[in-house]
Design a protein. Structure first.
Length: 185
C-alpha cells in the first residue's frame, strides 16, 4: 500500500494523536508563554478582533519538534504528513510557537505572528477538531504539499496583504467568507 493511501487509512487515528499532541504542547508551553505586546497588538489591531489579540500567547522555542507518534509512522514506512521541524511558527489553538531565531528580524516575526493568527481564526471558526480534519484532508488531496493546503494558501495570501501594508481588513470576515465558498462551514 502506498504512503498516501496508508495515511488516508490512518486518518482518524492520526487526528486523535495530533489532538493529544496539541494538548500536550499547550500544557508544556503556555506556562512560559507571554501575551502579545502592546506594540504587536497595535500593528495587528484592525485585522483581528481584540478578543483574538487578547486570547493569544507567544512561546519562543529553540525548534518545533515533530510529534512523537511520527516515529511510529517512520518505522512503519509511512511518510510523515508534515515536517514541523522545518517550521518557524505554529498555531496551537491559543498559543503561537515562534522559532527563537526569528526575533532577530522583527518584520519577519510580526509577519509570522500574523500568519499564525490567521490559523487561530480558522480554528476559532471551525473548532480545533474540524480544522485538523480539514487540514489533513487538504494535505492528503495535495500529495502532502504544504503550500497547496487550502489553510496555508489562505494564511499566506492574507499575510501577504498585511506585509504590503494594505489598510486593515477583517481577517475573520475574509476567512469566514472563503470557508463558506469552499463549503467548509
Amino acid at each position: 500500500m502506498q504512503g498516501i493511501e496508508r495515511l488516508e487509512q490512518l486518518r482518524p487515528y492520526l487526528i486523535e494523536k495530533y489532538l493529544e499532541w496539541v494538548d500536550e504542547q499547550r500544557a508544556l508551553l503556555l506556562p512560559r508563554a507571554r501575551s502579545l505586546t502592546g506594540e504587536e497588538k497595535a500593528k495587528l489591531r484592525g485585522y483581528f478582533e481584540d478578543r483574538i489579540l487578547n486570547l493569544i500567547y507567544i512561546a519562543t522555542v529553540d525548534r518545533i519538534d515533530n510529534p512523537q507518534f511520527y516515529n511510529e509512522l517512520i518505522q512503519s514506512g509511512v511518510p510523515i504528513p508534515l515536517d514541523l521541524n522545518q517550521a518557524i511558527g505554529l498555531a496551537l489553538v491559543d498559543c503561537i510557537l515562534i522559532h527563537k531565531q526569528l526575533w532577530a528580524y522583527p518584520e519577519s516575526a510580526i509577519s509570522t505572528i500574523f500568519h499564525e493568527l490567521v490559523h487561530i481564526v480558522q480554528i476559532d471558526i471551525l473548532g480545533v477538531r474540524k480544522h485538523i480534519g480539514l487540514y489533513a484532508d487538504s494535505l492528503l488531496q495535495n500529495n502532502l504539499q504544504y503550500h497547496s493546503v487550502f489553510f496555508e494558501e489562505q494564511a499566506y495570501r492574507l499575510s501577504d496583504r498585511f506585509d504590503k501594508g494594505e489598510l486593515p481588513f477583517s481577517v475573520r470576515d475574509t476567512v469566514s467568507h472563503e470557508l463558506k465558498q469552499e463549503k467548509m462551514i
